[in-house]
Design a protein around this ligand. Structure first.
Ligand code: PEP
Ligand code: MN
Length: 337
């Protein structure tokens, strides 16, 4: 349930109202937007009547939020959320490109890729240290050593880093990571979601391989419910009957997420396509549909990559793609970070 307040509400009356709500055993999400102030009621409101609040002078209207996702719901927070992470704004017209290899493989590899993607205009360096692989016999990532190499690349280039977590037991290792990625395969790992909800790290939450939009947003709600409101959503393609491409990029997820939530949404064209020739066309579609950023796999030698070489751009291709991205982002009136 949300209470939409009249313009310029009296602060003393807001305090009285909030006290009343808390006495009912609920908690309150206060959102002062550009146009309206909204009090979101969190908890079981099924037995509560809108009339309980309509009697307050400062209350314009009471509305039930019927969707199961509450805190990430745009009804609770009509303005787009803008996150400020390591000197970069994300969301509401601030466009970011996250780029780097699928996996951190060696110091020379990650340093070369970091330098080049930075020069090309990426704002964050990506790279997996803990890798969720379908086969137990495939390269599993350099794990803690990979994190160290990423942090070294961050130190040398100044680029903030994003990398995937696979177990809450590793959280301490991620202390200096700028954004923690929760991968598609763990989107409904509820223990991990709860732990990330208790952390103060920004989370890049990827949509599960066959997750509905509601399941995706409920995963984000788990993180919010723990107190962490720094969430970026990532559409990375969903599984369909089509076998010629790795996944189907759900472009409609972008306007849908924007309508339903206030969170930034970025697109991963690399894991959607599974092949490098489609990364640029899908990126163009994402920019045109209103995405807040891209996460792209780029490698110094894709033919020898230990993971996802077929979908990785080489560094010249990435550079060329970024020139195109810059033009299109500017055309859409958004600002590359
Ligand atoms: C990745 O980003 O390397 C990755 C494994 O992505 P996803 O979880 O979307 O498959
Ligand atoms: Mn990958």
């Amino acid at each position: 349930m949300i209470l939409i307040l009249k313009p310029n509400p009296d602060q003393a009356q807001i305090s009285v109202l909030i006290r009343h709500i808390k006495e009912m055993g609920l908690s309150v999400n206060y959102s002062e937007g550009s146009r309206t102030t909204i009090l979101g009621l969190l908890g079981d409101t099924s037995a509560i009547s809108p009339a309980d609040f309509e009697v307050y002078d400062i209350v314009e209207r009471v509305q039930r939020v019927t969707e199961p996702f509450k805190q990430v719901n745009r009804k609770m927070h009509p303005d787009d959320t803008i996150l400020e992470i390591s000197g970069h704004k994300i969301g509401a017209g601030y466009f970011n490109v996250f780029a780097g290899p699928c996996s951190v493989e060696s110091e020379t590899q990650i340093l070369e890729v970091a330098e080049r993607v930075k020069q090309a205009g990426a704002s964050f360096l990506r790279g997996g240290a803990f890798k969720p692989r379908t086969s137990p016999y495939s390269f599993q990532g350099l794990e803690a050593e990979g994190l160290k190499l990423l942090l070294e690349a961050k130190r040398q280039t100044g680029m903030p880093i994003v990398t995937e977590i696979m177990s809450e037991k590793h959280l301490d290792l991620f202390a200096d990571v700028d954004i923690i990625q929760l991968g598609a395969r763990n989107m409904q790992n509820f223990m991990l979601l709860k732990e990330l909800g208790r952390s103060d790290k920004p989370i890049l939450l990827k949509r599960g391989l066959s997750a509905t939009m509601e399941e995706f947003l409920m995963a984000a709600e788990y993180i919010f419910a723990g107190g962490n409101t720094k969430v970026i959503l990532c559409e990375r393609g969903i599984r369909t009957f089509e076998k010629m491409i790795r996944n189907n990029l759900d472009i409609s997820a972008i306007p849908l997420v924007k309508t339903l939530t206030h969170l930034p949404v970025i697109i991963d064209p690399s894991h959607a396509a599974g092949r490098r020739d489609m990364v640029q066309p899908l990126s163009r579609a994402a920019i045109a549909a209103g995405a807040d950023g891209l996460i792209v796999e780029a490698h110094n030698n894709p033919a020898c990559a230990l993971c996802d070489g077929a979908q990785s751009l080489d560094l010249d291709m990435f550079d060329q793609m970024m020139q195109d991205v810059k033009r299109r982002v500017a055309f859409e009136g958004r600002q590359l970070q």
